[in-house]
Design a protein around this ligand. Structure first.
Ligand code: GLV
Ligand code: MN
Ligand code: MN
Ligand code: MN
Length: 429
């Protein structure tokens, strides 16, 4: 049982292979739809498939047995001496939003594989099986659904239904996109993805902080205590459109201005909570027909709002809904869609895993602090089916979701060591 420090002797870890790990980051970043230093890797595109192949090859080289499920979650397993026990898993994602960087998610996949290699080089023998997971589409870019793979693994009924209707902006269905990437998935076998209860004894994710605190404070490791609650909303307004010169101002019902006004309302409602933990973003506004001399007859806007406090976040969502109704009414446009795509609760990290991480950072002599994750991660959903913990490492100025994202190989190696030691300890529980 826990805690570990008394029950298991410390063994010494072989060093992380900095050179080959750095090379892997550089090589994986080449699978991108946009030029370096940016990375764009969208679910089931050619570059995503190539990157998946790259990871599967690394899994094979590490001696893991590789399995893929129907939606393309990839599992690499190191079978323990007691394979009947729940496994200890770790992983993250390699999909990348348009013009982002090469560390978001990737640190938790390449880092996990290096942690396995470190343990193997150290002569460690796991009791519980250890597993590295690459999750399908943590980013909502293509189908509008965040954490698609982990949501399904965790058994989201809403998603099993929602995914059937999902199409990308080219009107390609999720099922067809998956097929083009070599996966056979349909309504019939979708539920085979859902994990059986007790599959995992624990789940860990290594990730860049995506915030500035660790770097600013000169701290090596962040131990995450909770993940903030995300929500996303799609809204559409419809007006009559018309000629930009001929239709006089009093005669207009401009769907574009309704969207602009709603975007400002989102900011207002978020600021109104008075809490620094409330955030809201309008990252997408699309106007139809999109001509300079045509009044927008349709607008489409996508809203992301999050808070560590679920009730407060729900309050923001409710106010955004009310504003959408009010704006439509006042501007004489139709609110043709108000769809909450997801409104997820926050997740708490498991306190026993937090203890294990504290033991590991102490053994490694690394500075650490407790922190919340404002970004969401596959861990948000893995927490529904397994005790969960997250390890943050510093990243340059907290930059993320942009090309300037950077983490030094030394900071990554610290994270790999913490992960390796914690996986080892949990595997012996
Ligand atoms: C996902 O990467 C998010 O936190 O937005
Ligand atoms: Mn991301
Ligand atoms: Mn990520
Ligand atoms: Mn994320």
């Amino acid at each position: 049982g826990y805690p570990f420090h008394s029950s298991h002797p410390i063994f010494s870890l072989s060093p992380v292979n900095l050179e080959s790990l750095q090379k892997q980051f550089d090589e994986l970043a080449n699978f991108s739809d946009t030029p370096a230093p940016s990375v764009t890797r969208i679910l089931f595109t050619e570059n995503d498939v190539l990157a998946r192949g790259y990871i599967k090859e690394l899994m094979g080289k590490a001696g893991l047995s590789v399995r893929e499920d129907a939606v393309g979650n990839i599992f690499g397993r190191w079978t323990g001496s007691d394979p009947e026990l729940g496994a200890v898993a770790t992983g993250s994602h390699i999909d990348a939003i348009p013009y982002s960087g090469k560390y978001d998610g990737v640190v938790g996949v390449l880092g996990a594989l290096e942690a396995i290699n470190v343990l193997k080089r150290s002569g460690f023998q796991p009791k519980r099986s250890l597993e590295v997971i690459l999750f399908t589409s943590e980013e909502p870019t293509r189908f509008g659904i965040s954490c698609l793979g982990s949501r399904l693994l965790a058994g989201s009924e809403a998603l099993v239904n929602g995914i059937k209707e999902s199409v990308d902006d080219q009107n390609t269905s999720f099922f067809d996109a998956a097929k083009s990437a070599g996966y056979v998935v349909s309504e019939e076998n979708l539920s085979t993805v859902i994990l059986e209860k007790g599959s995992y004894f624990s789940f860990l994710e290594l990730h860049i902080e995506q915030g500035p605190l660790l770097e600013e404070e000169g701290v090596s490791i962040g131990i995450v205590t909770a993940i903030a609650a995300p929500a996303s909303i799609k809204v559409e307004f419809e007006g009559n459109g018309g000629h930009a010169g001929a239709v006089l101002m009093p005669e207009r019902n401009d769907a574009g201005l309704a969207a602009a006004e709603l975007a400002l309302a989102v900011e207002k409602h978020v600021l109104e909570t008075g809490s620094m933990d409330s955030v809201g973003t309008v990252g997408i506004i699309v106007l139809h027909p999109g001509a300079i001399n045509s009044i927008p007859s349709k607008s489409h806007i996508e809203i992301d709002t999050r808070d560590i406090d679920e009730k407060r976040r729900d309050g923001i969502v409710e106010k955004i809904h009310q504003s959408s109704i009010d704006i439509a009414k006042r501007r004489g446009v139709k609110l043709s869609e108000f769809r909450i795509v997801n409104q997820d609760p926050p997740a708490k990290c498991d306190h026993l895993i937090i203890n294990a991480l504290e033991v590991a950072v102490r053994q490694l002599n690394l500075s650490h602090k407790m922190m919340i994750s404002r970004a969401y991660h596959d861990s948000l959903f893995m927490a529904r089916v397994s005790p969960m913990g997250m390890i943050f490492i510093p990243c340059y100025k907290g930059y993320s979701h942009k090309p300037e994202e950077y983490a030094s190989i030394e900071d990554i190696a610290n994270g790999v060591n913490v992960l390796a030691l914690t996986l080892a300890q949990l595997s012996l529980e």
